[in-house]
Design a protein around this ligand. Structure first.
Ligand SMILES: [Zn+2]
Length: 160
């Protein structure tokens, strides 16, 4: 794996106790542009120099994962600030406008009637991530993908 390659991986993510946190679906591998920080730095480092078919186990500490736990105090937001059709449940991720006007990911920590508690802290902050990865496909990034700094799906034609 090298910078400028678009990589498709199957992965299972567990915490240190072995509890499964996430996995890619059989039909939809995770597709990312290597070298563009599309995945956590520790996993990108572990995949550098690997090839199609390789199985990689990587233990990624928080400072190379989703960062240390900062214990950010959740903020209250009214349900009416969310789209009416949105599924506002604990753990759901939304994109809010940050202080500088740029998009900022937020996560729901609690739902209490019409009051929603959200935090900008990633739910996996402070967690050591244990990845079990199989590399399914590698191809060169298209010019458009290089310009955008991210992958456009398995074939490079994902529209957005
Ligand atoms: Zn794009």
């Amino acid at each position: 794996m090298a910078d400028g390659k678009v990589v498709s991986i199957d992965y299972v993510l567990r915490d240190e106790s072995g509890k499964e946190l996430d996995r890619s679906s059989e039909s939809a591998p995770l597709v990312y542009l290597h070298g563009a920080r599309g995945i956590v730095p520790g996993l990108e480092e572990a995949l550098a120099g690997k090839s199609v078919g390789d199985r990689v186990e990587a233990r990624v500490p928080p400072d190379k994962g989703y960062g240390p736990k900062r214990n950010v105090k959740p903020q209250e937001v009214l349900r009416s600030r969310f789209p009416a059709e949105a599924n506002v449940v604990k753990g759901a991720q939304f994109v809010a406008e940050g202080p500088n006007g740029r998009p900022m990911p937020i996560w729901v920590t609690k739902v209490q009637g019409r009051t929603i508690y959200v935090t900008s802290e990633h739910p996996l902050a402070g967690v050591t991530l244990v990845f079990d990865v199989t590399i399914r496909d590698v191809r060169d990034a298209t010019e458009e993908e290089k310009a955008h700094g991210h992958a456009h799906g398995p074939g490079g034609h994902h529209d957005h």
